[in-house]
Design a protein around this ligand. Structure first.
Ligand code: OGA
Ligand code: MN
Length: 207
């Protein structure tokens, strides 16, 4: 699936990022595709392919359920048709952001995430102290029929004390500048699925 860079959805996201640093699109993907992606996530979970997420990076990474309780698996191209369609779509978004904002985004890394009932992710920024390549965060939700009382909202802490909650409803994509928007995932009362990813710029040369 190829999406033209001037597609209104992509332009809307680029405009939102430029003017306020975040964007929410409730109908980003066709229902059929987000349903296939949810099926893929559940299948991988039931086959034991998801693992408890860590906090931090590299050697200092550790699993700390008091901070985050989700299970994840990183995506690679060529694993399944729906995943490749999603990666293609996100590559179009990457190019559209580069055209509009000159961020020099080089790639997109993403993982399935499954929050079992009761799991949460405490307030944090999507930047590592020792790695500032993550520029833009993008989370796609895969949960049909999500109700506010199911919890699991993404809570974003915007400028001037403004708090914005996103329902993790299937087809919704939220995009924000990774270094600028502190956020948390409230405890979910039912299984909560997503594809969480980051557009990254080139790392600093070690020379
Ligand atoms: C993350 C994260 C948000 C969400 O994985 O870093 O903040 O809504 N996820 O799943
Ligand atoms: Mn995050």
């Amino acid at each position: 699936m190829h999406i033209p860079l001037e597609h209104p959805l992509l332009s809307a996201i680029v405009d939102d990022l430029a003017t306020r640093g975040w964007s929410q699109q409730t109908l980003f993907l066709p229902e059929a595709l987000s349903r296939e992606l949810a099926g893929e996530c559940r299948r991988r979970y039931s086959e034991g392919e998801l693992n408890p997420a860590g906090v931090g990076r590299g050697a200092s990474q550790e699993v700390r359920e008091a901070i985050r309780g989700d299970q994840i698996q990183w995506l690679d191209p060529g694993e399944s048709a729906p995943c490749d369609r999603y990666l293609d779509t996100m590559d179009s978004l990457r190019q559209a952001i580069n055209q509009g904002l000159y961020l020099g985004l080089e790639d997109f890394e993403c993982h399935f995430a499954l929050y079992p009932p009761g799991a949460f992710y405490k307030r944090h920024l999507d930047r590592f102290r020792d790695d500032d390549r993550r520029m833009v965060s993008a989370v796609l939700y895969l949960n049909e029929g999500w109700q506010p009382e199911d919890g699991g909202q993404l809570r974003m802490f915007l400028h001037d004390g403004v708090v914005h909650d996103v329902q993790p409803q299937a087809g919704t994509l939220v995009v924000f500048l990774s270094g600028d928007v502190p956020h948390e995932v409230l405890p979910a009362r039912r299984e909560r699925l997503s594809l969480t990813g980051w557009f990254r710029r080139r790392g600093n040369d070690p020379f």
